[in-house]
Each structure stands twice: as C-alpha cells, then as structure tokens.
Design a protein around this ligand. Structure first.
Ligand code: GTP
Length: 366
C-alpha cells in the first residue's frame, strides 16, 4: 500500500495483559534496522517504571544507556490521549528527529479511541497513523478471548502477531487458536512469533490508513457503535473524555477498572536473601495454587525487587508463569541503587484486593 514518505508513521501497539508488547518494543529498539524509533509507553497499574527498567537502550553513537521513554503517567490512555497524548508525541518528535513512533497501549485499552483520534486529527503535523498491531498471547488467548477488550484489540488490528508459539504444545491447539482469531478478524495478516520477533519489514510503513477508510475501519473505530463493554463494566465516565480529570492514581488501591479487573501495588523495602526467597515461595503459592471459585484470578504480575546487597530484579508474570531476571541499570544512573530505594510488586487481575497485599507482607514478615 502506498505511504507518504514525508510523514512519520505511528504504530499503535495493542494486545492483552502480558501478550508480549514490551518484548516487541525491546526487540525493535535493539534490532539493526537503522530507524530512529520513539516509543511512548502507557501502563495500567502504575508499572511504567518497572517496564522501562526491563528494557535497555544503548545510544548507537556513545554506547551509553539512554531513556527513550515519554511516560504518560496515568493508566487510562484511551480517555486522556486525545488531548494530552498527541501533543506529547508531537513534542517528543519536535525535540529529536525520528523515523518511527510506536505507542504501546495498556493491555486493558481499547485501541479504537486512540486510533480514531490519530486518524481524524487534522493537527497531527508530520505524524500519520500507520497501523494497529496486536500481539496475542498464544498460551492464554483461548482463556481470555471472551473478554470484550481483547476481542476489540484483535478485531481492530491491521497486523496480528500470534506470540508465545513456543508455549503452544500441539498443532491442533494452534489451528483452534488461529481459527478463533480469524473469526474476529478475517482479513489482517496473522503471523506466528516467539518472543515477539516479527519480521520488521512487515511492521514498518504498513500504510493501513493511507488512502482513506478500509475494512469498514470507520465503524470499528467508533467505539460507541460496537463496544458495549464500556457502558456495562467500565468504571470511568467517558462523558468527560475532553477534560478527563478524574483520578487515575490506582496504584495503591484496588479500584475496579476494565472488565472488572483490579490492581494492587505493594511497596517492598530492600529484601534480604531470606526475604527474597520467601517472596519467590509466595509467588509460587499464589500463582500456581488454585484459589477456589472466590479467590483472585491473577492475570499479570510485575515487580521490581531491591535487595539489601544493592541488586535489582524484575519480576514478570502472566497467569501462572513468572520469571525473575536481573534489572538493567537505571538510565542515567552512574551510582547504582540508592540506599533508600524501594521495590514494589503489582498484581492485576479479577478479585485482586488488599487481602493479597496482607498475605504478601505476612509471607515476607513485613
Ligand atoms: N515463553 C515465552 N514468553 C514470552 C514470549 N513473549 C514474551 N514472553 C514473556 O511474557 C512476559 C510478558 O511479556 P511483556 O512483553 O512484558 O508483555 P506486555 O504485553 O508488554 O504486558 P503488559 O504490559 O501487561 O500489557 C514476559 O515475562 C516475557 O518475557 C514468548 O514468545 N514466549
């Protein structure tokens, strides 16, 4: 499809909690393609600090670590982006020349309103919406597919990446998954990926929006016409879309959000080796053991642990799987971890509440 080479393409990256969006961003930022890429990250559950620490970006000239992030510090891009987001992206692009803008939406965002605001905004300067790319968690998609948010993410995409194929155990599962995805979006290319390693030429200058409406996208982008989940379960009042001033500071309480999903953030002091071990056991007990019909269903776990020895570790969990890896040094930090630096553990899921925070503190003897 023809694209305007003078415009800077904007890719909207969507996909459910833990699908592999940040992994894709990390892959793109490190790949050898020669494009200057700007990334906007938005996150649900106040975890952008953890995300940005999970990535390392080296300046190609100096080799030093750089921060390429413009943090949009609230958890609800879909209602604040229209006014704040585009201006923020324009500002970023004005400060440094870039070839490609990638906006990673939260795992719980409907990409429709953001895509629409980019597509219809006359004052976007050199920016042009290029494509909506949806990363799909191959391991969990069949369990999650009844979620309206995920359905819209898939339905709206111009390119679908079926990720985590290493965790899909049989070819019949793969066929079932692909046909379920196809039932929601029969026309977008569907590619299989492991660790989100997609062919970069299929991601850049897709041109899905050049040349006017296609695939009935106009109707899909209008969330009021197809989206009934906002009206039913979304706790926010989107009537005040234009001046969205309500409280998005969800980090330390457990407000219901999209699809009845709540989040809790537990701050952690520097952990001794014994307490770090206890945290690992707590995560195993919490994520691996069934909680019965009324227990929380944890969809996503993220954490930053600071140890008393001054190490930092990142925790990433999706459903029952989790991994603990050494954190990249903080950007612009030459001194390492400060003595009073705190860690935190964030759970996102259904029925996630203060009991979980209490259980965690108890398990760690805090
Ligand atoms: N086994 C396996 N793990 C993967 C793959 N892709 C990503 N992961 C892991 O899945 C976890 C979540 O990946 P992220 O890239 O953070 O997912 P995300 O979509 O950005 O998650 P949210 O920010 O919650 O929306 C991390 O632990 C990744 O290392 C894959 O293809 N295979």
């Amino acid at each position: 499809m023809a694209t305007n080479q003078d415009e800077i393409p904007v890719t909207l990256l969507t996909g459910y909690l833990g699908a592999g969006k940040s992994t894709l961003v990390d892959y793109i930022l490190k790949a050898d393609h020669g494009y200057k890429v700007a990334v906007c990250m938005n996150d649900f559950g106040d975890t952008t600090d953890i995300e940005s620490r999970a990535l390392t970006i080296n300046d190609p000239v100096t080799g030093e670590q750089t921060s390429a992030f413009l943090t949009l510090p609230n958890g609800c891009l879909c209602c604040s982006f229209k006014d704040l987001g585009i201006a923020a992206v324009e500002d970023m692009v004005a400060r440094q020349p870039v070839d490609w803008v990638i906006i990673e939406l939260t795992g719980l965002a409907d990409p429709g309103p953001v895509a629409k605001s980019f597509w219809t905004n006359e004052e976007m300067g050199d920016l042009e919406l290029d494509a909506v790319v949806c990363v799909i968690d191959g391991r969990n998609v069949l369990k999650q597919i009844s979620e309206p948010t995920l359905q819209r993410q898939i339905a709206l995409a111009d390119l679908l990446l079926l990720n985590k194929t290493d965790l899909i155990t049989s070819s019949s599962d793969l066929t079932t998954i692909e046909s379920r995805i196809r039932s929601l979006n029969p026309s977008a290319p569907l590619r299989r990926t492991e660790r989100s390693r997609a062919d970069l030429s299929s991601l850049f200058r897709v041109g899905a929006y050049s040349g006017g409406a296609q695939r009935g996208i106009g109707t899909l982008l209008d969330s009021s016409s197809t989206d009934n989940h906002n009206n039913q379960t979304h706790e926010h009042d989107h009537q005040h879309d234009e001046n969205c001033s309500h409280d998005h500071q969800i980090s330390h309480h457990h407000k219901p959000h999209y699809d009845g999903i709540t989040t809790i953030s537990i701050s952690l002091p520097p952990l001794s080796p014994d307490k770090f071990k206890a945290l690992n056991t707590f995560l195993q007990d919490t994520l691996w053991e069934p909680h019965g019909p009324h227990g929380p269903e944890i969809l996503r776990t993220k954490g930053l642990v600071v140890t008393t020895q001054g190490e930092e570790w990142i925790i990433q969990g999706v459903a029952d799987l989790f991994e603990v890896t050494r954190a990249a040094p903080a950007p612009n930090s030459k001194t390492g971890v400060g003595k009073d630096q705190e860690g935190k553990l964030v759970f996102i899921g259904k029925g996630v509440g203060p009991e979980l925070a209490r259980a965690c503190r108890h398990a760690l003897g805090l």
